[in-house]
Design a protein around this ligand. Structure first.
Ligand SMILES: [Ca+2]
Ligand SMILES: [Ca+2]
Length: 320
């Protein structure tokens, strides 16, 4: 099988290896929250990357963030992104859904069986900004943040259980890696910047009042200016657009209301561009388990099209 680029490997065996390594990582290797990984951890990660399949990007920061996308595959090639991981509530297997290049999802692959205590959050690192994933952070319920790339995994930080919500919408302007948004129990919004090998910088306080939101979703640019945006849902079911500034110290403009009635959904997320038009899309799951795609328009005034149903039975999963 041929793959697009080295380092983009989502081969089943390697994913399984990375997940197994992540699961095997113990708190004994942990470092404190707000601190990057230790020198030894970084060296180990670097060594793994050098020995393995991951290449350094020619340029660390290219500016605009590409939305994870469905790329056109040549014969024999495998489309590697976007991908939806879903942990089954009953059989405890992890399922991997690749995009089908028609705006929907392929039949899933069944990966490994595990309790998946890390299902609280998962974020993808795209350090060369080509819209394809280079590594994944998993946040465990015990507050450990673990980074997994091709064939290796290590603990980046601990103590993150104080956050009620953690997600990565991509690059918020902080550097080469994916950046994190974290909301603490007081509703304060924090930004962490991730780097190439999965470390994160000390956090920066960027907002308050974010405890009112029951979902935060996004993966790349929703409005067409190349800057990462997110949408949030408040407790009343209103959907808000937070346009990105490209400055991670003040990452969002004042919010705009872009929808209502979103409490019909019990999960809102984005895995990037499902439709292949270069515009990131939003997914939402209803309480009955139907999965809908809201295609991105690239316009801030009306960023999402009407929903299209792309699946059913998704209430069997904890979506990641
Ligand atoms: Ca934008
Ligand atoms: Ca799209």
């Amino acid at each position: 099988m041929t793959y697009f680029k080295r380092g983009r490997v989502l081969q089943r065996s390697l994913v399984t290896t990375a997940i197994a390594a992540a699961l095997a990582t113990t708190a004994g290797t942990a470092v404190a929250a707000d601190q990057p990984g230790t020198g030894a951890q970084r060296s180990a990660a670097e060594a793994a990357r050098t020995a393995g399949d991951v290449q350094r990007p020619a340029q660390a920061f290219k500016g605009a963030q590409a939305a994870p996308r469905v790329a056109a595959a040549a014969p024999g090639q495998t489309i590697t992104n976007p991908v939806l991981y879903a942990a089954h509530k009953k059989n405890k297997y992890l399922y991997q859904y690749f995009a089908n290049a028609r705006g929907g999802l392929k039949t899933p692959a069944k990966l490994v069986k595990s309790p998946y205590d890390w299902a609280t959050a998962v974020a993808h690192n795209d350090w060369d900004h080509d819209g394809l994933r280079d590594g994944t952070w998993n946040l465990h319920k015990n507050g450990q943040l673990i980074y997994a790339s091709s064939g290796y995994a290590y603990t980046v930080a601990t103590g993150w259980q104080n956050y009620t919500k953690v997600m990565s919408p991509g690059d918020l302007g902080g550097g080469a890696g994916g950046d994190f948004l974290a909301v603490d129990k007081a509703g304060v919004l924090w930004v962490y910047c991730g780097n190439l090998v999965g470390d994160v910088t000390p956090r920066v306080r960027v907002g308050t009042g974010w405890g009112q939101y029951t979902e935060i979703a996004g993966q790349g640019d929703l409005t067409g200016d190349g800057k990462t945006d997110v949408v949030t849902r408040d407790k009343q079911g209103n959907l808000w657009l937070h346009e990105g500034t490209g400055n991670y110290r003040a990452p969002f403009r004042p919010r705009k209301k872009v929808g209502a009635g979103w409490n019909a959904h019990n999960r809102i997320l984005s895995i990037g561009d499902l439709t292949g038009d270069g515009k990131t899309d939003i997914l939402a799951r209803t309480k009955a388990g139907d999965l809908y795609r809201y295609s991105g328009t690239g316009r801030a005034s009306a960023p999402l099209l009407k929903p299209v149903k792309i699946g059913a039975g998704f209430n069997a999963f904890n979506l990641l």
